[in-house]
Design a protein around this ligand. Structure first.
Ligand code: SF4
Ligand code: SF4
Length: 307
């Protein structure tokens, strides 16, 4: 079922990290001495890590928009890939707000969230922000948990839910099966339903997975359906980038066609170390993260939270 279009330029993620190294060495003075040496060598290594792109986020978006138009004009099936540079994410939540505005969801969940991880390391507080949404897995555990006609894989890689079928117990099963917590079950509620006048932005018609819906309390066709990020496929199909990508003020988001070697997404991933969640499950995600530490904190990278 899956169409595998992995970018060959992406290197597998080696296990590294100051904390892991220390844990393997032991405790006390020996560990401290060895840890210091490791820190020094990792600092030297960090000096050779390419810094974040100098371009402003606006120029990056413009380039990705041009790439998208080239892909659609070429007429070939794309292989969509999303890449996140957590070094540039400032945790502003603008992407999550834009996502909710573009894809009406209710209080039960949102397609996009930004996870904050506090790292009490060193003399000053540290936090890493990890934006997250459905990873559009090429071998999706959610699809393995339900009858095969409920979750489909588009040829461009997007995992598409059939909201008319994926309801009730099947919706719950799909949500439980997702290792990333990317699915929520629509409970039919709106934020403003108990106010004198429910707001139009919650009731407006919108397109999702090729169909038009409207979430009206008491008449919501999506009530009980499993819902998740679609890479804004309704926008992509008409030549517009996903809402979270165009909104990112930090320039942390990259998106494009991995089948196009001339695209920015191919350029920025060339030769880079990347982190893929739950690699042991073999899900083959299409949302990946640069696995590089901040220039001045070589001891903090993805391995600080992920073993
Ligand atoms: S991230 Fe979760 S919802 Fe998305 S395709 Fe993978 S298993 Fe399914
Ligand atoms: S909009 Fe960009 S910088 Fe802000 S939280 Fe989302 S990914 Fe991070």
């Amino acid at each position: 079922m899956a169409s595998e279009n992995e970018n060959p330029a992406l290197k597998p993620t080696p296990r590294r990290g100051f904390l892991q190294t220390l844990a393997g060495v032991g405790s006390g003075a020996v560990a401290a001495a060895v840890g210091w040496k490791v820190l020094q060598s990792q600092r030297a290594e960090a000096a050779s890590i390419p810094p974040p792109l100098a371009e402003s986020s606006g120029s990056v978006v413009l380039r990705m928009q041009q790439d998208l138009e080239v892909t659609l004009a070429g007429g070939k099936t794309p292989s969509w890939l999303m890449v996140v540079d957590t070094r540039k994410c400032i945790g502003c939540d603008a992407c999550a707000v834009a996502c909710r505005a573009e894809n009406p969801t209710g209080p039960a969940g949102n397609f996009r969230r930004v996870i904050k991880k506090d790292l009490p390391i060193g003399p000053r507080p540290w936090a890493i922000y990890k934006p997250a949404n459905c990873l559009q897995c090429d071998d999706p555990p959610c699809a393995r948990a339900v009858p095969e006609d409920m979750i489909l894989k588009r040829s461009d890689g997007i995992v598409e839910f059939d909201y008319d079928k994926l309801k009730g117990p099947s919706a719950q099963a799909a949500a439980r099966a997702c290792p990333f917590g990317a699915i929520h079950v629509d409970d039919g509620k709106t934020f403003t339903q108990s106010t004198p006048r429910p707001q139009d932005y919650e009731l407006r018609p919108f397109v999702e997975n090729g169909k038009t819906y409207s979430r009206k309390p008491g008449a919501n066709p999506l009530q009980g359906a499993a819902r998740k990020c679609t890479f804004c496929s309704h926008l992509l199909d008409v030549g517009v980038l996903p809402a979270c990508v165009t909104t990112c003020v930090g320039g942390a988001m990259y998106f494009g066609d991995a089948n196009n070697p001339g695209s920015l997404i191919s350029e920025v991933t060339q030769g880079r170390r990347v982190f893929r969640g739950h690699q042991n499950l073999g899900v083959k995600p299409r949302v990946i993260y640069f696995e590089e530490s901040m220039p001045d904190t070589p001891h903090i990278d993805c391995s600080a939270c992920h073993s």
